[in-house]
Design a protein around this ligand. Sequence first.
Ligand SMILES: Cc1cc2nc3c(=O)[nH]c(=O)nc-3n(C[C@H](O)[C@H](O)[C@H](O)COP(=O)(O)O)c2cc1C
Length: 187
Amino acid sequence: MDTHLLSKSDIRHRIWQELQRAVVDRHHEWRTPVLATLGVDGAPQARTVVLRHADSGRAVLHIYTDSRSPKVAELEAAPQVSLVFWSKRLSWQLRMRAQATVQRSGPEVDAVWARISTSAAAGDYLSAQAPGAVLDTAAEGHSKGVSGPHHLALIKLQVLEIDWLELARSGHRRASLTQTGWTWRVP
Ligand SMILES: Cc1cc2nc3c(=O)[nH]c(=O)nc-3n(C[C@H](O)[C@H](O)[C@H](O)COP(=O)(O)O)c2cc1C
């Protein structure tokens, strides 16, 4: 269906439907959004992450990371973040404003680790050195001493506002969505 025919409530529903699809479809363009944070030096920081969970009812997204990565310290100092998604197929961009909380332990982290620990991705959370640390070997980019406790952290993002932009030949459309509000904007 042509997305430019969709109405307000259809668009809201479709956004969350596509986010949920992105979690399970590794080819979905929204699987790898850009997460922007405020660096501890006050300069912006942005990086690609994988979307792991999308709860439409609560407007919550989950991302996994290494608890020692710089983004975790940034989020703990300044939890307001921005996320950007683009889909060529949908011709939709999402810019989200969200509030992050980081969980390093507890039943939810344990449940995620129980799944990941037997997968090929386990090594991502077991490296001896922290992500971003300067390599002190001649390993040329491959330093994965894999042992010891895991460093998996769960980043929960409470979505506060979505800036939705649709590009269409017949005319672009843009709106701000909050949990209950809708404001059409000039694209
Ligand atoms: C396609 C792709 C997916 C990525 N997914 C994640 C992810 O889910 N979590 C993560 O922490 N880093 C992920 N990364 C690596 C980050 O982009 C980044 O390089 C790393 O987390 C260090 O970021 P930081 O120094 O800002 O903490 C991904 C990178 C790419 C290219």
